[in-house]
Design a protein. Structure first.
Length: 698
């Protein structure tokens, strides 16, 4: 009798507890989806509604294995068709990437849906956010026009970052201590509160790093902080994110000649008193709500700001009394992004809009007098865009449509004594994309659920992009009566357009995955680098009427048995400029290779789990020969190079130790270069070097 009574008493209690558990689980699943809704929209959906684009994703595990604090372009090396180099010849400091040979200023960058490309120059200096990868949970690299995103158009590709998700990150803390080659040291501490009973979650990180650099007097120091806090309700998420960085270094943006490198591989032709110091921050507040009926809406308000200065020798630079100018930049950038998404049985629709306004001051001084500016001018940029993406499921076929409308306006307020009037220009673009995915094979896995491991896709898209300020100003930082006639009107550099055809095959199996893709990119008025730098160290670019890039990419991963993973990527590409005219000589060249666009690139890795706690990884990258100018001059080329790296990782509970042996074969090649006064200059690969990273759970 007592047992029966006890069962009747406990049964309702158990059912109530189970119901509460189920409700909490549903609430957390809904909130987790809401927290990532903007990133999912930019990446073009997932599952059966994944966009037919060429892309590579990195999850948190892969980022952690690769990361020893290096600048983001260097961390991304090994993804298909992507190359990167460092000015200082090490891993921390100014570094840059190219995708399919297309430079970084024409690649869309976002973090949690916030545009990161500077509106004026359309580039992001990752060095301003040291140790950023430590607060990133996933990265997607899209090649080609990709999927519509806020900010400047995805012209050569796009890279979107997702920060640490608050809801699914458990309560934990970690301290990282690192030391290594070139006098490098890094310390990082982070803490996550986990999801609390009050519905609040927090995450924070602080980092400090420094390095002497491989090249002479190319040392740097960096500090950064990251904070996110969120409140998770039954049907909403409110999240605040803030990140800030402070970076200072001795400049090394000028490459070294072959003769200089033959004497000293560490040679830096810039003076030791040409230094740089910048601070930048991003702050955002986002609100996402589940509207019911499989629909949701998310709005993000954001502000970006930066201030800093750098010194450049203008005249008599080989003498201590040479003219040293101090260039100052500071900007404020405000914007908002909204995304609405709805999913039905067969259809998935996403509509988004972004608007922002931006002002950046440019002022310079002749050292040592920092009281009276040589000039003070301001660039203004307003940008508004909207996109709609739809996918419709027709059984084995899913159709996709994506269209973006964008309007941008740039205005220039010259120095009060410049003697020229205020000027402005506006552009409007319509960027459509269509495609389809076909599921070629359906298999049954894991207890009866349907899966589609083999799919084929094809897409065609058009994207247009306006020139950057430096393009319109022919590399000058200030316009006045001395150079305005030479530079010409703001319309001198025309917007560029690309028509991109992508077709590929994806296979997803338990032990093997393959992404194979063919692409054809046809350009009109492409704004190409010419291989030379301006007097302040920025790349000079010009329009070319017609050009193209065509090729094939492959990304293969194999796991022959549980303890071994193998991977290989490869890109074979042919690129040509129909007609290029050298402005300095007036000579025209036909059917020439665009600079820094190798015909072949590949990367590989082999990861072996020696024990449950210990693993070892061998990786490497190869890049074929490429030109340093658009003239096919055989004397101005970058030779092929190969770099092999070895890493070992030990992890036990809250403790971890990682050893990174980079350039294990001590390759003496060069990673990139440019031309100055008709002579090739190179950025060197770092020689054999070692880093040791320790991790301690708190």
């Amino acid at each position: 009798m007592r047992l029966t009574a006890l069962l009747f008493t406990l049964a309702p209690t158990a059912l109530i507890a189970q119901a509460r558990s189920d409700t909490t689980s549903v609430r957390r699943d809904t909130a987790a989806t809401l927290e990532a809704v903007t990133v999912t929209a930019i990446r073009g959906g997932a599952g059966r509604h994944e966009a037919p684009i060429s892309a590579k994703s990195m999850d948190a595990g892969e980022i952690e294995r690769r990361n020893f604090g290096q600048d983001m372009p260097l961390l991304l090396q090994g993804t298909p068709s992507l190359s990167a180099y460092s000015e200082a010849g090490n891993y921390w400091g100014y570094s840059y990437l190219r995708m399919r040979g297309i430079d970084q200023s024409r690649i869309n960058l976002t973090i949690d849906g916030i545009p990161l490309n500077d509106p004026e120059d359309q580039v992001l200096y990752f060095a301003d956010f040291p140790d950023l990868a430590n607060s990133i949970s996933s990265i997607q690299v899209q090649r080609g026009v990709g999927s519509s995103a806020p900010g400047t158009a995805s012209y050569g590709g796009s890279i979107n970052f997702q920060t640490i998700p608050l809801l699914t990150t458990p309560r934990a803390g970690q301290l990282q201590l690192q030391g290594g080659a070139f006098g490098s040291a890094r310390v990082s501490a982070e803490y996550a509160s986990g999801f609390t009973s009050s519905g609040v979650a927090l995450y924070g990180r602080v980092s400090a790093l420094q390095s002497a650099g491989y090249r002479k007097h190319s040392g740097m120091e960096g500090r950064s902080a990251f904070l996110s806090a969120g409140h998770f309700g039954k049907r909403h998420v409110l999240k605040l994110t803030a990140m800030a960085g402070l970076f200072a270094d001795t400049l090394s943006y000028l490459g070294a000649t072959e003769a200089e490198l033959a004497q000293d591989r560490r040679h830096n032709p810039l003076r030791a008193d040409e230094v740089d110091r910048f601070a930048e921050h991003v702050t955002s507040l986002s609100y996402a709500r589940d509207l019911g009926g499989n629909s949701s809406i998310s709005t993000t308000l954001y502000r970006l700001g930066a201030t800093g200065h750098y010194d450049v020798c203008i005249n008599r630079c080989d003498q201590p009394q040479g003219d040293l100018w101090n260039f100052n930049l500071d900007f404020a950038w405000y914007g908002a992004t909204t995304v609405w998404s709805v999913e039905r049985d067969r259809m998935h629709l996403t509509v988004g809009a972004n608007a922002n306004t931006y002002d950046r001051d440019h002022h310079a001084y002749a050292r040592p007098d920092l009281s009276l500016p040589l000039y003070f001018n301001t660039g203004h940029k307003d940008d508004a865009s909207a996109f709609a993406k739809i996918s419709y499921d027709l059984g084995a076929v899913t159709l996709f449509g994506d269209v973006q409308g964008r309007h941008a306006e740039f205005a220039y307020t010259p120095d009060a004594n410049a003697g020229i009037p205020r000027s402005s220009i506006a552009w409007s673009f319509l960027n459509p994309k269509i495609g389809a995915t076909v599921r070629l094979a359906e298999v049954r896995e894991g207890g009866g659920s349907d899966a589609s491991p083999i799919t084929a896709y094809a897409s065609y898209g058009i994207n247009s992009r306006e020139p950057a300020r430096s393009d319109m100003f022919a590399g000058f930082d200030n316009l006045d009566t001395t150079n305005a006639t030479f530079v010409g009107p703001l319309t001198r550099v025309r917007p560029e357009r690309v028509r991109d055809l992508e077709a590929g095959l994806r296979y997803r199996g338990r032990r093997l995955s393959l992404d194979a893709n063919a692409f054809g990119m046809e350009f009109r008025n492409e704004i190409l680098p010419i291989g030379q730098l301006s007097y302040i160290g920025t790349p000079l670019r010009t329009n070319v009427r017609a050009s193209w890039r065509r090729g094939m990419e492959a990304d293969l991963a194999i796991q022959p048995f549980r303890a071994l993973q193998l991977g290989l990527t490869a890109t074979a590409m042919r690129a040509r400029i129909a007609n290029f005219t050298d402005d300095e000589t007036g000579q025209s060249y036909k059917n020439v290779e665009p600079l820094l666009t190798p015909n072949f690139m590949t990367s590989h890795y082999a990861r072996l789990e020696l024990t449950r706690a210990l693993s070892a990884t061998l990786s490497g990258q190869y890049s074929g020969r490429s030109q340093l100018t658009n003239t096919s001059d055989p004397s101005l080329t970058l030779a092929p190079y190969y770099v092999a790296n070895v890493a070992a990782d030990w992890s036990r509970g809250a403790y971890g130790l990682s050893l990174y042996v980079n350039n294990a074969t001590n390759s003496g090649g060069n990673a990139s270069g440019h031309v100055s006064f008709g002579e090739a200059r190179y950025y060197v690969l770092p020689p054999f070097n070692v880093f040791l990273l320790g991790r301690l759970g708190l």
